[in-house]
Design a protein around this ligand. Structure first.
Ligand code: GDP
Ligand code: GDP
Length: 483
């Protein structure tokens, strides 16, 4: 079973030869103790995207940047779940797993081959089936023959052929690679198929005839919104107002203890799940600690959100903490809406708004065009605008641009402002396609991606933003070489 594969060949590849993109998200799910963390650590190494080392912050989902051969992807680990004795375990496990499945493009469902299939494993298999998740089944701890019986049992789950894996010893990683490769292949195909003379075929490119409509949130897949901002910005008040009831505690003094909350609401007919970071623990007495804690809570919320609402206090807008979280949301590829709260208390509204817009452009250039709405969580004024801004941000974030339109546009952009020609050889941009949405990500085939200056990439990104009407959303543009 140890034939030399492409993965083997790439294992020793130098850093510069590794050209994968962060192309998809893999969630590792399964009952406690099957070896999820061990595999996660192997895939991620030290490249943890988010480390939550704050005591008191529950760490239930970890996310990291995984590498497997030349593949780059995001991996989500559900291993924070401890083996609990109470009967709430199944509910928690179910919720956590469902959340992970919703975040992921593909799930690695892990069982312990030394133990065999347990009733708890069956519960997981059920969840995955109900969610119609794309599943890769892994029988872990498969080193040695003690695992043979368990591997056979795994077939009985009806989730396809299990991979024999040993996360601890690194066995079966090639098989995992082979199963994951097709997911990243979309990117690779573009690169391989493109040459100056031939026509390009891409498997899943977006065509004029495709359904370009944005998936509407449903009760089962609500729009995930995080409301983030410094303590006392008014997050709880805002969520209360939206809920129309005083379900959460609010108060003038930061430091009130509240529980971590995410709430499902139906806001003007749109199902939303709101991560309320104000509800996160605020036990810390020292201000410095509190701020740190809020930041890491904010980080978590950003991870789970589709749209991040950065709530500012109009009297102290764009504080360091606000800027950090807004920047993080952009880097994580989330749609961002900036809401300026306590607008009711502002005297000179017009002048203030001008100042805010100026500060926004100066301090957060990476969020160019993102909506800035003024609200009063207290009176409810501006909440309609906020709702509209969230919906629009979500729509743009999901936007699909047909390949033909993109390539027509690219030709125009190249004519208007040709790429540079280092040493007399013009860099050629040959073909472009949208590789994914949420946020919109584009791939351009380029003859010398390493020589193309960042300014040219910015020119294209800004052009995309403007010409396809995508303000405010993070836009990813990848240059792909051929070779
Ligand atoms: P999790 O709760 O699913 O995240 O499981 P962990 O990754 O914490 O692993 C649970 C236990 O199984 C630990 O003692 C690991 O060392 C062990 N383990 C993990 N992977 C393997 C494996 O491939 N083979 C064997 N024999 N043990 C493993
Ligand atoms: P959180 O820490 O971000 O959840 O903030 P809270 O919702 O607890 O609000 C902090 C304080 O700001 C409370 O005293 C609120 O009454 C007040 N507040 C919240 N929203 C508004 C608003 O729109 N206008 C005014 N004037 N005060 C507000």
């Amino acid at each position: 079973r140890s034939g030399r594969t492409r993965a083997d060949a790439l294992w020793g590849a130098s850093e510069s030869q590794k050209v994968g993109l962060m192309s998809f998200t893999l969630a590792i799910v399964g009952r406690p103790n099957v070896g999820k963390s061990t595999l996660f650590n192997r895939l991620v190494g030290k490249r943890l995207a988010l480390v939550d080392d704050q005591p008191g912050v529950t760490r239930d989902l970890r996310e990291g940047e995984a590498r497997l051969g030349d593949l780059r992807f995001t991996v989500v680990d559900t291993a924070g779940l401890e083996e609990a004795t109470d009967n709430s375990l199944e509910g928690r496990m179910r919720r956590l797993t469902e959340r992970a499945v919703d975040m992921a493009d593909v799930c690695l469902f892990m069982i312990d081959a030394r133990v065999g299939v347990t009733p708890t494993d069956e519960v997981f298999a059920d969840i995955l089936r109900k969610k119609s998740a794309h599943v890769i089944l892994a029988a872990n701890k498969s080193e040695g023959s003690a695992a043979d019986a368990g591997v056979l049992e795994a077939y009985g789950l009806g989730l396809g052929e299990p991979i024999r894996l040993s996360g601890e010893h690194g066995e079966g990683m090639n098989d995992l690679y082979v199963q994951l490769m097709p997911l990243a292949d979309k990117f690779d195909k573009i690169a391989e198929a493109t040459s100056p003379e031939t026509d390009v075929t891409v498997d899943e490119e977006i065509d004029e005839d495709d359904d370009l409509s944005v998936p509407m949130p449903t009760a089962n897949k609500p729009l995930q919104v995080a409301v983030v901002g410094r303590p006392n910005a008014g997050k709880s008040t805002l969520i209360n107002k939206i809920l129309g009831e005083d379900r959460l505690l609010t108060g003038p003094e930061a430091g009130i203890t509240r529980d971590a909350i995410s709430l499902q609401i139906d806001w003007q007919g749109v199902p939303m799940r709101v991560f309320d970071t104000a509800g996160m623990r605020k036990k810390a007495k020292v201000q410095e600690k509190l701020e740190k804690l809020s930041v890491s809570d904010g980080l978590r919320a950003v991870k789970f959100a589709e749209v991040v609402v950065v709530l500012l206090d109009a009297s102290i807008p764009f504080e360091q903490q606000d800027l950090r979280i807004a920047d993080l949301a952009e880097r994580e590829g989330r749609a961002v809406v900036v809401a300026v709260n306590k607008w009711d208390a502002e005297e000179n509204k017009q002048e203030k708004l001008r100042d805010l817009k100026e500060a926004f452009g100066r301090l957060l250039p990476q969020l160019r065009g993102a909506p800035l709405v003024t609200v009063s969580a207290k009176t409810g004024k501006g909440l309609d605008r906020l709702h509209a801004a969230i919906m629009r941000a979500y729509e743009i974030w999901n936007r699909r641009v047909p390949t033909a339109a993109l390539n027509r546009w690219l030709i125009g952009m190249l004519e208007q402002h040709p790429p540079p020609a280092p040493q007399g050889k013009r860099i050629k941009l040959r073909y472009m396609t949208q590789a994914k949405t949420r946020p919109p990500a584009f791939v351009v085939m380029c003859s010398h991606p390493d020589k193309l200056p960042d300014s040219y990439t910015r020119y294209l990104v800004n052009g995309l933003r403007q010409d396809f009407d995508m303000p405010g959303t993070p836009i990813r543009l990848y240059m792909r070489g051929q070779g």
